[in-house]
Design a protein around this ligand. Structure first.
Ligand code: 13P
Ligand code: SF4
Length: 392
């Protein structure tokens, strides 16, 4: 079994040797709290100089993001990775699907490193290639396959992106999902196209209904665990959006009652959420957008304004710390970090960097050439999309 095929398994020494390969950072590394680690990270970065490029997703911990050469959402980081052909090593402080995309978008001579291989994504794991191929065949049996354009969210494995590349589809991110849907609908004769949207039903539904004016009744959910996705031939024939039954385990936790509670407590509060949140929550929000959009919105907000933000907690806490002139609260009563994003901590980063200094590449992420070629088709279609989203 390749690492790409591994589902997220409960971690614990000895339970699954394959899953746990690349998870530990052995050697003389002290605990995460050791102040020397910051100095060691600085020294390793200085020793590697321009040979190294460190990318950091906005959901990374503070202790890690301080060492990123660039920060961004998944769209910006994909572009940034492709924009540094001179860097020998790309250290990706993010999750596995992002590192895979970086490997696909960089030259074969560039090596992409994920400091902890357990930094996966539960949403990406909800769409496995075999399940998607079975769904595609079932759509063939139902006589609709010729009308279907597959669109996958960046938060998917390389083999799902490759499936989209092979079958006339495209990748999208939360920054450009509306533009990608426009493109996908235009690939078939007017009125004929249906989109198979993978793997996040919420991003698919929110984009289709709120930005494209598609009816909720034209969206159906394909459950990969049921025969024919749990859908009748009639439901499939009338659908314009076939949404894969996947979701983000972090954004899926935001609920309408907290929106109501905060509005009652802080009259005039602005509710700002990520489109991975459930549709009912997004409907109650004032603004919706990617992590990059959320950051720009807070930067542009007037001092004294009050905001509740529905996205990962590392980012919300950082925004609150960086904008003391605004009141920023979390849209959840409970702590809700992305546990896999949080796998990348300072000991793992130092371990990866010091190994590079010593001439060893640890935790390299490589996508096989065939998958890479097909996935690149779908990623390149995304990068070639016009820049303007309906929100701009
Ligand atoms: P963006 O970075 O595209 O906003 O996505 C959020 C996310 O869940 C990343 O894993
Ligand atoms: Fe995956 Fe959600 Fe974590 Fe992003 S925040 S990596 S979509 S589980």
């Amino acid at each position: 079994m390749s690492l790409v095929d591994l589902p997220l398994l409960p971690l614990g020494k000895g339970r699954d040797l394959d899953a746990e390969r690349g998870v530990e950072c052995p050697g003389d590394l002290p605990a995460a709290s050791d102040p020397d680690l910051v100095e060691r990270a600085r020294a390793a970065k200085a020793a590697l100089g321009d040979r190294l490029f460190v990318l950091g997703h906005h959901y990374q911990r503070d202790e890690v993001i301080q060492f990123a050469d660039v920060t961004g959402d998944s769209f910006k980081l994909a572009r940034d990775a492709a924009g540094r052909p001179d860097a020998e090593f790309i250290v990706f402080c993010g999750v596995h699907f992002m590192a895979e995309s970086a490997d696909i978008l960089t030259a074969p001579s560039q090596q992409v490193v994920l400091p902890d291989l357990a930094a996966g994504c539960s949403m990406a794991d909800m769409a496995r290639l075999r399940q998607v191929e079975d769904a595609w065949d079932a759509m063939g049996d139902a006589g609709i396959q010729d009308s279907v354009v597959p669109v996958t969210y960046m938060n998917s494995s390389a083999d799902i992106k490759a499936f989209c590349g092979r079958n006339g589809g495209v990748v999208c991110t939360s920054s450009n999902a509306d533009v990608a849907l426009d493109w996908a609908f235009a690939q078939k004769p007017a009125g004929e196209a249906k989109i198979l949207f993978l793997p996040d039903q919420h991003l698919g539904r929110n984009t289709a209904v709120l930005q494209m004016g598609i009816g909720l009744d034209e969206c159906v959910v394909w459950d990969p665990h049921l025969p024919s996705g749990g859908l009748t031939a009639d439901e499939l024939a009338h659908a314009r959006m076939i949404l894969w039954k996947g979701h983000c385990s972090v954004h899926g936790r935001f609920t309408e009652d907290v929106v109501d509670e905060l509005r009652a407590k802080h009259p005039g509060i602005n509710i700002l959420v990520h489109p991975e949140c459930p549709h009912e929550v997004v409907l109650k929000a004032d603004l919706v957008g990617s992590t990059e959009f959320i950051i720009k919105t807070i930067e542009a907000a007037e001092p004294g304004t009050v905001w509740a933000i529905g996205t990962e907690l590392n980012l919300v806490k950082r925004l609150a710390d960086n904008h003391p002139d605004k009141t920023i609260v979390f849209l959840n009563r409970n702590v809700c970090y992305c546990s896999t994003m949080n796998r990348i901590d300072l000991p793992h980063l130092v371990w990866a960097l010091e190994n590079l200094v010593a001439g060893q590449v640890v935790n390299q992420i490589t996508v096989d050439p065939e998958t890479e070629a097909d996935a690149l088709v779908a990623l390149q279609r995304m990068l070639d999309l016009p820049g303007k989203s309906h929100r701009d």
